[in-house]
Write a protein that binds this ligand. Structure first.
Ligand SMILES: Nc1ncnc2c1ncn2[C@@H]1O[C@H](COP(=O)(O)OP(=O)(O)OP(=O)(O)O)[C@@H](O)[C@H]1O
Ligand SMILES: [Mg+2]
Length: 318
């Protein structure tokens, strides 16, 4: 690499996944210790491999998503999130590994299985000559026990646009329509691939509250998002994926050792902004408070955000 190159230095080829290194008997499956897919999980994935030509988009991914949880899949552009999600939805064929979604292999799934899923694709529903209400009613008609279409339109904030044609909606309104179409069938398992792209801040908060109510009703959700605040607000667990592999799964508060990370205390003293890293912020602030007669000026205690630890993890993976 030239000295003045602006490109970051590469770290050489990545080591093979155990599935490839140890040459398991199943194509692309993690060779040992092999765990069978969990039949009780909503989604259970072992050694998933997907190639597009010579490029490997998913590279031996293992993942279990429990029934009733909201799981957020995080990862940079091209990491393999949509590919993984679409394989689980039965839209894409895999090249290796095992997948069970609601106990069934999506590659061999029936219409009855599919009726239990709600799907909000990253690409969205596209233009339509039909109105929002017509589209939601049509989707409802495919399901045995659908939600009331008008209620669903209200839930996503589209009541005023119920008679507008899909193609005339704004970007954010179209995304709301996608969400409406995903939930009208009363799914057991809801896939949401970047559902809030284009939402204004108020719509995003409304969507969060809708997702929480769906969880209270027992719906399992697999969400992908580039908004770390969204993952933090909604997810019971998050998984970080990079180069088609799962880097870590944790509750948002513990990802990347976040729970043990030192706190940063900052305050103003003698007109100067001061900061200190401490593992014991309570003791530190108690001690600090003795130096001031009243309030400690501009006191703040901060921990690394989910975005801080995520960016650090992804940085190590580049
Ligand atoms: N139909 C396809 N044909 C060929 N390559 C594809 C196809 N779909 C995806 N890929 C490639 O597979 C890799 C993973 O793509 P994928 O869409 O799964 O990523 P992603 O994590 O969802 O990214 P984003 O955050 O941008 O949505 C990328 O390198 C992408 O270029
Ligand atoms: Mg994607």
């Amino acid at each position: 690499m030239q000295k003045d190159s602006l490109l970051p230095t590469g770290k050489g080829p990545r080591p093979p996944h155990p599935a490839q290194a140890q040459g398991g008997t199943r194509d692309g499956a993690a060779a040992g210790p092999w765990r069978e897919p969990d039949p009780d999980a909503a989604i259970s994935i072992r050694g998933l491999v997907k190639r597009y030509g010579t490029a490997t988009a998913v590279d031996g991914l293992d993942l279990d998503i429990h029934r009733g949880e909201i799981f957020a899949l995080l990862g940079p552009n091209g990491a393999g999130k949509t590919t993984t999600v679409e394989i689980c939805e039965g839209f894409r064929r895999r090249d290796g590994g095992e997948v069970r979604v609601l106990g069934t292999d999506p590659a061999e799934a029936s219409r009855r299985w599919k009726a239990q899923l709600g799907i909000v694709l990253q690409s969205g529903a596209g233009d339509s000559q039909l109105t929002c209400r017509e589209l939601v009613r049509a989707e409802a008609s495919y399901h045995a026990d659908p939600r009331d279409p008008d209620e669903v339109l209200e839930l996503v904030g589209l009541t005023e646009k119920a008679d507008a044609r899909g193609r005339l909606l704004s970007g954010g309104q179209r995304r709301r329509l996608d969400v409406a179409l995903g939930i009208v069938g009363r799914p057991t398992l809801l896939f949401l691939d970047e559902p809030t792209t284009g939402f204004d801040p108020e719509a995003r908060r409304q969507f969060w509250s809708l997702i929480r109510s769906l969880r209270d009703l027992g719906t399992t959700m697999l969400l992908t998002t580039h908004y770390l605040d969204e993952a933090e607000a909604l997810a019971d667990r998050v998984g970080v994926i990079a180069h088609g592999r799962l880097v870590e799964v944790a509750v948002p508060a513990a990802l990347g050792g976040r729970g043990q990370a030192p706190a940063v205390v900052s305050w103003t003293e003698d007109g100067v902004r001061r900061t200190a890293d401490t593992a014991t912020p309570t003791a530190f602030v108690r001690e600090l408070a003795t130096r001031f007669p009243g309030e400690v000026p501009d006191l703040a205690v901060a921990r690394p955000t989910l975005e801080d630890v995520y960016l650090r993890m992804i940085g190590h993976e580049q």
